[in-house]
Ligand binder design. Sequence first.
Ligand SMILES: Nc1ncnc2c1ncn2[C@@H]1O[C@H](COP(=O)(O)OP(=O)(O)OP(=O)(O)O)[C@@H](O)[C@H]1O
Ligand SMILES: [Mg+2]
Length: 340
Amino acid sequence: MRGILIPLMGSLGGMSSLMAVWFGGRLVAVGTISLGDFVAFSAYLGMLIWPTVAMGWVINSFQRGRVAMVRLQEILDLPPETDEGGGDMSITELHGEIEIRNLTVSHIENGPPALHNLSLRIGAGETVALVGPVGSGKSTVAEILPRFLRVPDGTVFMDGHDINRIPLSVLRRHLGYAPQEAFLFSRSLRDNIAFGLENPAADEVERAAALSGLSRDLDGFPAGLETLVGEGGVTLSGGQRQRTALARALVRGPRILILDDSLSSVDSETEQQILDGLEQSTQRRTTLLISHRLTTASRADRVIVLDAGRAVEEGTPGSLLAQGGLFAEMCRRQEVEGSA
Ligand SMILES: Nc1ncnc2c1ncn2[C@@H]1O[C@H](COP(=O)(O)OP(=O)(O)OP(=O)(O)O)[C@@H](O)[C@H]1O
Ligand SMILES: [Mg+2]
């Protein structure tokens, strides 16, 4: 529309001058109007062009503002997520034991299920790796735990409590979730890491940055933790974005840490260092480690292999390798790719 309107407006202005000269010139030549009338008329015409253009601009920006406001209002009108009265307020602490029983769940109502009849148990303090081909449902499991995806009653339990009965604030306070694609805001790195915390202590943020391996990047930034991040993290490298997201998950000192392929853009050596650091940090926490790198998955106490929404294998990394199933096959393929 703009491509049509702007040249059209320019050429209409030009045509009106042309017509004024054409007809007005004739009228002057035959003596109907004086030369002074003609000059005055042309001057008035010239004075009218600018207000007309400005009016177009005003209408244009008014329309754009209106559309933007409608979009904003959609967000402002959303009711805040609450417990809808279903939370059991006597639950205030979680130790990090997770159990999923016969869970079948779909992202879209009545759509194809992303997880089929899945059952698994993760003990408090245990590190479990979730592996599987693309689209097998790994991220779906990760999204269920913070209740981003609703599950039926009686399917997911933490410390024996039904997840739908745990107050949302308690649940999320104990969870650190570094999603596959985290969103960074155009604020400072510090604000991005402390996102969602009421009164973040400076040393907590620094400790989280150190644990996530972000500290070494800070020296390269002009203002350290106060460096401004572009919208969506555009001024950071992929690995830096992921480490910022990891620091955000760690800053609340979670009992349950979910890493959804959170270090895929970090080179494998640095990844191992970060995971070493996480293991050594004194806190006892349950870790759900989702990774495409099977060397990383092999660090876990136990590996669960998903395929098309079903748990097909489960055991220690060593036993799964010996068993020669899907996990062993995936490891073999990755080794071949690695050495090629
Ligand atoms: N928001 C969504 N809406 C509809 N379907 C979805 C949504 N998210 C995932 N799915 C579907 O659920 C299934 C499992 O997806 P999921 O993201 O859990 O896979 P994944 O194992 O994490 O894959 P990847 O290794 O590529 O990250 C897929 O078939 C996918 O199409
Ligand atoms: Mg995923």
